[in-house]
Design a protein around this ligand. Structure first.
Ligand code: ATP
Ligand code: MG
Length: 626
């Protein structure tokens, strides 16, 4: 099937198209209505149909692939690898579901999962899905305050946590964070189920509230827990956005639409057929982890690799060694992770037999050309940028090598995925801009299956966050984009990231891209700061590669790169060389906080900031001067 006709059908005859795609999953009872749009901007897919995510991800494969590997959980931190066939996964999930039931968790109850990237996180998610409980996975690395906010939002009956995670060889106890979060939270206190990895012998248990998973697991080793069938639009899980632009939003996902989107995308976007191997380097706590470490590959009958650890430990070849060992066909990572590797020598990648590897997908942030070029050369496989959001749950702009691979254009994630009706419009007039012009990316309703149903317990915030920016009812998260004459979309950053220099509108992305072209630069963040004469001027914060030479020379070189490529108007007025850039836990540059500090304002909501010392360093750099 070629992309054009596939996409055209999804837009011109959405109901027929999605009715056909729905055949990819098991429905216990088929839907009675494909699409209900009677209450815009809400929409409901596959109304009346009942299904279950866990059944589609696990039980459904037992007949044909019980002995095939379903999940491989690798920890380069503990040095332990655990492999689970579909039969073993089914066993573990049934046991976990029985434990949930023993703790009185049932349909509609919320379960907060605060675990590192280990197999139990996957068992817990699938067990919730099996019994219709709503999971809310909180990235196991968030501080107590973030956890408390999410506990208060979800009001869970149960919180599942580990004694500790590990990062860079250091044990990070989780349990004290759990206790602090429960102290801070005002929601009724949930029970706490502890997965004790034996990493923190000092772990303290609170009697009556805390219970050990291992103990309950032993009691339910042979339990069979029937699947609870859910109506397609009943919620499956909650998941928060990264908080790059402000307070994170609690995305609510449905059941049937999401299952269909996963079954469709794993095959046609990620080119993974049953029995093939997918390695997503994400944490299960992010949207990519939910969709392409857990639900996508498992619904697709594939083998999913889950990885706890850094990309550079024990050495920068660790991911590529895994690709070789397991015959990974499709790998999924982020530009941020590749920039970490780019600081190292490319031989770490080249030393491995990557003949099984067909595609590297990258998402989450704009993929700059130097990074794309470096990784393409190092791996020798096509690198596919794909654009999406926690809200969409699966790629919205991508190429689809599972159908046919259209030519890649560096700097663009490509073409709209099936069901996404996309336009680039003028912020002021709301009219579509001509090809090649900059504007705001919007989606016309209906959003395809898989996208968020609403914001958890806050329909009003759903409407005003996404649908209130323009006169027409259009979905937008305010990303800035250009669509070229071939229909390829280039993402320029967020509308807040636009820099207005003496009337010229420049995307931070364009300037970052030229700065990153300087050979000494590992990573760069560009922001606009107020300027009495020009309105705004760009300034740069950059980290350098190892052995990059003198910082001041590099800084001058970066300015020259921008002048050469974008002209004098875009020339950064200052360049600060630093050791780390402030990022969200999901690896996104916190430009709004950089800008606030540079303009001597409050840096805003920092609840998702990864490393507070990075901001301190920015403060010092600003005080010291470039
Ligand atoms: P918040 O919504 O809380 O401010 P966030 O938007 O960063 O945080 P996510 O859902 O994790 O939360 O990220 C989605 C955003 O990431 C997109 O709206 C876009 O700005 C950016 N993004 C994702 N993939 C790409 C890509 N391939 N190219 C460019 N930008 C991307
Ligand atoms: Mg967003």
């Amino acid at each position: 099937m070629d992309y054009e006709s596939f996409y055209r059908q999804s837009i011109e005859q959405p109901e027929a198209f999605w009715a056909e795609q729905a055949q990819r999953i098991h429905w216990e009872t088929p839907p009675t209505q494909i699409l209900d749009q009677s209450n815009p901007p809400f929409r409901r897919w596959f109304v009346g149909g009942t299904t279950n995510l866990c059944y589609n991800a696990v039980d459904r494969h037992l007949a044909e692939r019980a002995e095939q590997l379903a999940l491989v959980a690798i920890s380069s931190e503990t040095g332990v690898t655990r492999e689970f066939s579909y039969r073993q996964l089914h066993r573990e999930v049934n046991t976990f579901a029985a434990v949930l039931q023993a703790l009185d968790v049932g349909k509609g109850d919320r379960v907060v999962i605060y675990l590192p990237n280990i197999a139990e996180a996957v068992f817990a998610m699938l067990a919730c899905a099996r019994i219709g409980a709503i999971h809310s996975v909180v990235f196991g690395g968030f501080a107590a305050h973030n956890l408390a906010l999410r506990i208060d939002d979800a009001q869970p009956k149960l919180l599942i946590a580990a004694d500790a995670g590990m990062r860079g060889g250091k044990v990070i106890p989780y349990k004290p964070l759990v206790d602090a979060a429960l102290n801070e939270a005002s929601a009724p206190p949930p029970r706490v189920l502890l997965v004790d990895r034996g990493l923190d012998p000092q772990m303290i248990r609170v009697p009556k509230r805390d219970v050990d998973y291992a103990e309950l697991r032993a009691k339910h080793e042979t339990a069979e827990v029937p699947v609870v069938w859910l109506e397609s639009n009943e919620p499956s899980y909650l998941l928060y956005t990264s908080g790059t632009t402000g307070k994170p939003k609690g995305v609510q996902r449905d059941t049937g639409g999401y299952a269909v989107a996963m079954a469709l995308s794993i095959r046609t976007v990620f080119d993974i057929a049953p029995g093939q191997v997918m390695f997503s380097t994400s944490d299960v706590g992010w949207a990519v982890g939910h969709s392409y470490n857990v639900y996508g590959p498992l619904i697709g009958g594939a083998t999913s690799l889950l990885y706890e650890g850094l990309p550079t430990r024990p050495d920068p070849g660790v991911w590529w060694q895994l690709c070789e060992q397991y015959g990974v066909r499709t790998m999924f990572s982020s530009p941020t992770a590749i920039r970490v590797l780019k600081k190292q020598d490319a031989h770490w990648l080249k030393d491995h037999d990557l003949s099984a590897l067909k595609w590297l997908f990258l998402a989450g942030e704009p993929l700059d050309e130097p990074t794309a070029q470096w990784i393409t050369d190092a791996l020798g496989v096509p690198v596919i940028d794909n654009y999406w959001q926690t809200e969409t749950g699966w790629p919205a702009i991508t190429l689809m090598p599972g159908l046919d691979l259209k030519p890649t254009k560096i700097g663009s994630p490509g073409l709209p995925a099936p069901g996404y009706r996309m336009k680039v419009i003028d912020e002021g007039t709301g009219k579509e801009v001509p090809a090649g012009s900059k504007g705001v990316l919007v989606l016309e309703p209906p959003l395809p299956p898989g996208c968020l149903s609403t914001i958890w317990r806050d329909d009003d915030r759903y409407v005003y966050s996404y649908f209130s920016h323009f006169r027409e009812l259009l979905y937008s998260s305010l990303d800035w984009a250009i669509r070229d004459a071939d229909g390829y979309t280039f993402i320029l950053g967020r509308t807040d990231d636009v820099i207005n220099v003496a009337g010229h509108r420049l995307g931070t992305r364009e300037i970052e891209e030229s700065v990153a072209g300087h050979p000494a630069v590992a990573e760069a963040a560009v922001i606009g700061v107020k300027d009495a004469i020009k309105g705004q001027v760009p300034i740069v914060f950059a980290t350098l590669k190892q052995d990059a030479g003198v910082a001041a020379d590099a800084a001058r070189g970066m300015q020259q790169c921008v002048v050469d490529q974008l002209g004098g108007v875009a020339k950064p007025s200052r360049v600060y060389v630093v050791n780390a850039l402030p990022k969200t836990r999901s690896g996104k540059l916190l430009r709004r906080s950089l800008q606030a500090l540079a303009e001597q304002r409050d840096p805003g909501d920092l609840s998702t900031l990864d490393d507070p010392s990075a901001l301190d360093e920015i403060r010092r750099a600003l005080a010291r001067g470039p």
